[in-house]
Design a protein around this ligand. Sequence first.
Ligand SMILES: CC(C)(COP(=O)(O)OP(=O)(O)OC[C@H]1O[C@@H](n2cnc3c(N)ncnc32)[C@H](O)[C@@H]1OP(=O)(O)O)[C@@H](O)C(=O)NCCC(=O)NCCS
Length: 152
Amino acid sequence: MQVIEIGVDDLSELASFYDHTDGPSFEALSQLLQKPHTRAFRVNIHGEVVGVLWLLLSDDAVEIIDVRVADAYRRQGIASHLIDTVTPNLLTQERTDIFLDVRETNSAAIALYERLGFSLESRRRGYYRGAQGREDALVMRKSLNPSATSPS
Ligand SMILES: CC(C)(COP(=O)(O)OP(=O)(O)OC[C@H]1O[C@@H](n2cnc3c(N)ncnc32)[C@H](O)[C@@H]1OP(=O)(O)O)[C@@H](O)C(=O)NCCC(=O)NCCS
């Protein structure tokens, strides 16, 4: 399963992938990619984008902005493979943490992150707008031992 970095020039390949999703809009993500600290990666199967991972780098952490797998390809290890393949290469002696916000009702994503070793750090009350009103965001974090990381 090959992971390929997405550049601004191949963004158009992703537009249809984001057609029917409820996450961040493709337009918002595309604008983020114009900034130097955003990185994006995809997995293709049979020439089709089936999984994407968007990240924001800061001095001390990697933030997962979005990870998403096409419906027909879920539970095949694609999101795990993306996160596990990409994030270790972005960590440094100073940048040792990976964190994210997830809706408290998103049990699939929470299960994924727990499986990958993330744990609950805090809760942002009413952070997301949901069908039933506001819902909390869970902030989940994974800290890696700097001696086990490779330079970026
Ligand atoms: C969350 C999401 C990215 C998971 O992608 P995926 O490729 O299916 O995940 P993986 O196959 O790597 O799953 C790894 C493990 O996570 C857990 N997991 C993943 N989806 C799960 C689900 N629907 N229910 C329960 N556990 C789940 C399981 O432990 C799974 O291992 P297993 O299949 O051996 O039991 C995918 O469901 C998705 O695109 N959801 C919509 C977008 C989204 O909510 N993104 C997260 C934004 S914070």
